[in-house]
Design a protein. Sequence first.
Length: 444
Amino acid sequence: MRLPSLKEVKGFLSEGVRQLVEQPLYSAGISAYRYGVKVAALRNPKAQKLDEGQKEIWQRLDRCISPCDRYIWVHAASLGEFEQGRPLIEKIRREHPEYKVLLTFFSPSGYEVRKDYKGADCVCYLPFDTPGRVKKFLYKVNPEFAIFVKYEFWRNYLHELWRRQIPVYLVSAVFRPEQSFFKKRSAWYGNWLKWYTEIFVQDERSRQLLASINVKNVEVAGDTRFDRVSDIMASCREIPELESFVGKRGSDNRPPMVIMFGSSWEADEIVYRDWLRKHNEVKAVIAPHEFNAERLRLLKEIVPGATILMSELKANPEAAQGKRILIMDCFGLLSSAYAYADVAYVGGGFGVSIHNINEAAVYGIPVLFGPENSKFIEAQELKALGGGIEVVSSESFSRHADRLLYDVAERKKRGRWAGEYIKDKLGASDKILQKIFPKTKKGS
């Protein structure tokens, strides 16, 4: 029997010391955050929903988790991560019916929208990442394996799953040099990544960054969001009000160009409103990221007298006479609405970051977006291919929009590039599930 070397002994000791110090400090921070949520819940509606949801977790699990069933646990922080993980959930349901699916969220913006999602057998909040809650949760669920989506690094969950030898996978992950994993002062953070059974990253740069900190349980699989938008396009919903307003793409009654402003914020509207006012020949559809009565009133003032709400159009189709801007005062239709456009502008790029540009590009139309896009691989690649166009000001938007309006060949060419880009990126879900279920036959 080989005795451990001095270097190995030092490594074991330093790891033990790190664990003794790191775990209590981290857990104390999570407990403090939990207390902060309870205090914020007195005034903040979002914090209140999170607080109430945390109280209901155990009752919900007692109702829907059976110890006789085999569970796959999928965790998504919020709604965007859920959409990223959804292709995996639905393929698992189709191809491996021997498993049931538990879906957890941390954010109310994900849970409140998808708590009744039929693709999962149970949906609940993720209990806060303290040792007691983690052990209680894993004891109740006893998952055969876990899938975390994109940016989920819960220290106690990862360590306990690793300790129990329950496989855990991180999917559609992206890593950047500025993240804590790659900085000397917080290099210990990178050790958490070694508790994943496998990390499926979107690109080669992420794999190389992880290799630089000796994280080798990594595979480049791509982004499951491409599979999701392709699925959405295949089951695209017809929107009669939108069709009556702009006509189908390729039909004779279409205006010279239909432009869709998806997930629009006020900062985006400042960029494109002057162009809209100048171009009476264009029809536009605006889908605000969020709205209330005052927000809708301001949107109608972008071009006074020429704007109509979708709810008004539904109530009275003849009210569309003389209108050239439609405001979608509803949720859940945006991904299908892009099918009616010739050009898309995706909002958020003059705020924190752009929204989902793939939802538009999948329909084979050029996509414009603002400058806050550096964290999105698809934005950089679409720009490089010409299917995506970055605008940095109202003047920049006007210049690019004019070109797409007057040069139809240019517009179609860029749209074709966008559509081909999405097609070339399909298949991440299959790659991931083939690795997770390497020898498992359907139904076995």
